[in-house]
Design a protein. Sequence first.
Length: 326
Amino acid sequence: MTNTVLRQQPELVELFQHTIMEKRLGHAYLFEGSRGTGKQEMARWIAQMLFCEDLQNNQPCQRCNHCHRIAAGEFPDVAEILPDGQSIKVGQVRELKSELSKSGMEGSRKVYLIHDAEKMTISASNSLLTFLEEPQSDTYLILMTTSKENILPTIRSRCQIVHFQTLNKQVLSETLIAKGVQPENAALLAAITNNQDEALELNQDETFHEAKKKVWRWFQLMMAQDPQAFLFVQMDLMEALKDKKDAQFYLDLLLLYYRDLLYTKYQNQQAVVNRKYMETYENLAVGIRHPEITRQMESILNGKKRLDANVQLQGVLENISLENTL
């Protein structure tokens, strides 16, 4: 876990190291940021810092019984609350407050983690305020959210808000590879999304892998100035697209292929995401000028804007085909 949080949020690791070692840890924090940025890992790492039996260089040892049980979510003095269905209900918060009043099983400290805190009902949020207004000593509360605007202002004002930056593309790619994603897919997924969870879900989705193939074929047809690119929209792309969101995703993939080509043209091969197509990019780069690649990318970006303006989906894609084969 230490290696994970160090890769994901090194600055926050350093911040909380100093805060904990100097005994200045606050009673309530609100961790906010997009999914996959390490909020849960950081919260559990902080709990390990508080309970580890053998800290090593101001880091949890990751070997002791306490570290293992916290990582597994089985430590009695670290409680976690997740939504019950679509929301976190008042009964869950009342049970939390009841636990807060009891003595710790392994010492005086207690840590409580609330996941998806924006899903607390109004009643649950109001019930939590009593702890935030009168926190108990050696008791720490960490709320995690992807949308701090949906947390009651009265709760936000009583928490120290910690923003989790989106992950560096290289860091995200390395993290995905460590979780079993093929390197070529990891680089592509990191280019498409900053969300680790979303990237992992996409990697397991066969429609994502089919989309890569279809968009690559569409890209090749347009680069060859083949009129079939127009028919390809109707015959192949439309059957795979359910809505505007799908079309936007296809255009994001298309932009990546054009961006790879532009990087190749500028001889910046290290920046190319789809390395397996490098030979094709190099061949294409010989016969096209920089301004033309840029023009075609602008056509795609304009298509994305038209989709946002609810212009008819098929017409937008067909127009891109026409503009990029003339």
